[in-house]
Ligand binder design. Structure first.
Ligand code: GLC
Length: 400
């Protein structure tokens, strides 16, 4: 293999990219990374360095990536987004511990001689700045979070917005919604679905009690509480409906999960709610749903599960906010949305949306088939790979 020259790639050899992520867990951004790496072309040579071990390592290797782990202090790797702002002084003190890590990381990055350092989480974005500079590689930030005060602590969002115009050479975002929270120029690369996620045999028409499902981490930002509250209104109209909640609490949301269960009991809907737990591949779960609900009360940066439901022809009811509005947007020829949009945080609107889908399964199935066609065109992982590879090529060109 040709050796890399820091500061710019050589024509004719693949662009060398080093991806940095702080976590080895399978969050949304990490699943998007796996699907991207699965379909990259030979014009890029990608390696991944994670700051902690976890199930992501084997998923990335299965996608053909070379992966290594350089462990960061476990405390820092697991700090949640909201805790980032809260901790204040204690956080500052612990920041001192990042100095030796940054030094180790810089040495490793320099030894790997990448043309591009591509960071895929807020922590990796920040921790990648010095190593990329030391290695004279172009820094690309891949932002999967809305950098807004309803999503991040205000001082963190402000600092991040400022840094985004100063440090990375290119910024990739997962939606227009995320782009609109940043002050500078960015490139939208919608996270893509993998070819094997698509349902190709058509959905059988339902002839049993309706299943209202939701897939996602159990967290206040995903809206399981709103779903359980809406269940009351839906059951008044469709008494045989069941509600299937797929996912597990993470990032300290255990208390929230208990609150949701208590609310289901209080409203007398507990026996109609099934807690299915975490599944690695939600396709089989989605196939059993008559409607897939995305109930985030705060704007979701993108919302991959909505696309996953669409490519399996499952009717979608989702809150009108963030990236989900782009996902469900109609086409110029037929601008009607591809799913039922309801108002964020509004339990009655959610119940009405779900009931409307259950009341007319034929119409819902027609719309879901149209949604599947549009999603297959708009959100294929190969398309994401083209956009991101082009950003890498641009970033790797020698600075003029
Ligand atoms: C993050 C965002 C989510 C998005 C995913 C992939 O997990 O919270 O909205 O779908 O990244 O970009």
């Amino acid at each position: 293999m040709t050796s890399g020259r820091p500061g710019g790639s050589q024509p004719g050899r693949p662009v060398r990219v080093l991806v940095l992520d702080h976590t080895g867990e399978l969050g949304g951004a990490e699943l998007a990374l796996v699907r991207l790496l699965e379909v990259l072309g030979p014009d890029v040579d990608v390696r991944v360095l994670l700051f902690s071990d976890g199930p992501l390592v084997s998923r990335l290797r299965a996608a053909g990536a070379v992966v290594e782990v350089l462990p960061l202090d476990p405390g820092t790797a697991s700090t949640s987004r909201s805790a980032l702002g809260r901790a204040g002084l204690a956080q500052l003190v612990s920041l001192a511990r990042l100095v030796p890590f940054t030094w180790r990381l810089s040495r490793r990055v320099r030894a790997l001689r990448p043309d591009v350092v591509h960071t895929t989480s807020l922590k990796a974005d920040v921790l990648g700045v010095v190593p990329a500079r030391v290695a004279r590689a172009a820094l690309v930030w891949h932002v999967h979070d809305r950098i807004a005060d309803d999503y991040l602590p205000a001082p963190v969002a402000r600092a991040f917005r400022w840094a985004s115009t100063r440090f990375p050479r290119e910024v990739v975002v997962n939606s227009q919604a995320t782009a609109s929270t940043l002050p500078g120029r960015s490139t939208v690369a919608y996270p893509g679905f993998a070819a094997d996620q698509v349902r190709t045999d058509g959905r059988p028409s339902a002839g049993r009690s309706p299943v209202v499902g939701m897939v996602g981490r159990i967290s206040p930002t995903k809206g399981q509480l709103e779903l359980v509250r809406a269940a009351r209104g839906v059951l008044d109209e469709h008494p045989d409906a069941t509600f299937r909640v797929v996912g597990a609490p993470s990032f300290g949301a255990q208390e929230y999960a208990e609150q949701v269960r208590a609310e289901a009991l209080r409203l007398g809907v507990a026996e109609r709610v099934v807690w299915a737990g975490f599944v690695v591949d939600p396709s089989a779960e989605l196939d059993g749903f008559d409607v897939c609900v995305h109930a985030s009360p705060v704007p979701e940066p993108f919302g991959q599960v909505v696309v996953e439901a669409m490519v399996r022809e499952v009717p979608v009811v989702a809150t009108r906010a963030g990236g989900v509005v782009e996902i469900l947007a109609g086409t110029p020829g037929d601008p009607a949305p591809l799913g039922e949009l309801v108002e964020p945080g509004d339990v009655e609107s959610l119940a009405r949306g779900i009931s409307a889908v259950l009341a007319d399964p034929e119409a819902a199935a027609d719309r879901a088939r149209r949604a599947a066609d549009v999603a297959q065109d708009r959100f294929a992982a190969t398309r994401t790979a083209e956009v991101v590879s082009e950003v890498w090529r641009r970033a790797a060109r020698p600075a003029r």
